[in-house]
Design a protein around this ligand. Structure first.
Ligand code: DGL
Length: 257
């Protein structure tokens, strides 16, 4: 098989990366995608960086053995913990990661106040501290660790009272702060964007990095002459847990706008 015809692998700790897959398909409709949700090991955000690096490396080796032309690490936590090391270990691989969308958020007006929702591990990592240092003159950045939110989403709670109560408690300490933007710094969170918007005051911008990641993936493939420009692309979704409920949730989330 020609290298151009191989699928693009998309990896996340569960159903989160489906929010990135949606953008990838939109930007590259002729490509085949192999999505692996590693729900067996979720949540990554409560693990150590070493554990996340080990798990991500093992998943990558397995995907490479099956034949892929690129890897999209559709997980902010795994990108922070593993992308740099894996790029050094696999120098020929096109590896695109995702990071909290601080750059577009910092452009929203005069020193906007930006709340960054992410997993505890993402916020603890050097990669995030460097990113925050880069934009702290342009925006007031308030990191907000969201322990337990990934578990709710993996359980299929993408709307409803339980999710609303969780979010109300999460935002409570910021009730008297005027927030200009919220960055969804975990790929699971766009799946609950409507509920987040409902709870926040009107006019707060909500951003995520999925479109930027899709554009970057397209650019990197084109640069290497590996972009497929005809034929109908196929999407294959797998989950390490083997749980049919998670596969069906993944498919439903992919169809959602
Ligand atoms: N979806 C992942 C991210 O973007 C993390 C979820 C997890 O904690 O497993 O950070």
């Amino acid at each position: 098989m020609e290298r151009t015809d191989l699928p693009i692998a998309v990896l996340d700790s569960g159903v989160g990366g489906i929010s990135v897959l949606r953008e990838l398909v939109r930007h590259m409709p002729h490509e085949d995608f192999l999505y692996l949700g590693d729900s067996k090991n979720a949540p990554y955000g409560e693990k150590t960086p070493e554990e996340v690096l080990h798990i991500t490396r093992e998943n990558l080796k397995m995907l490479l053995a099956r034949g892929i032309k690129a890897l999209v690490l559709a997980c902010n936590t795994a990108t922070g913990a593993a992308a740099r090391t894996l790029r050094a270990e696999f120098p020929d691989l096109i590896l695109v990661g995702i990071e909290p969308a601080l750059k577009p958020a910092s452009l929203l007006g005069d020193r906007p106040r930006v709340l960054v929702m992410a997993t505890p591990l993402t916020l603890k990592q050097e990669k995030f501290c460097t990113l925050m240092a880069r934009f702290c003159d342009d925006a007031e950045i308030l990191p907000l660790a969201c322990s337990g939110l990934v578990e709710l989403i993996e359980a299929g709670q993408t709307s409803g009272e339980k999710l609303e109560n969780y979010l109300k408690t999460l935002f409570f300490p910021h009730r008297d702060t005027k927030i200009d933007a919220v960055v969804l710094g975990c790929t699971h969170y766009p799946h609950v964007k409507e509920t987040i918007a409902k709870i926040l005051p009107a006019g707060v911008a909500i951003l995520d990095g999925s479109e930027g990641t899709a554009r970057e993936t397209r650019r990197r493939l084109a640069e290497k002459g590996l972009l497929k420009e005809s034929g109908e692309g196929r999407v294959t979704i797998e989950n390490s847990s083997g749980d049919e409920r998670l596969l069906s949730l993944s498919r439903q989330l992919l169809e959602r706008e």
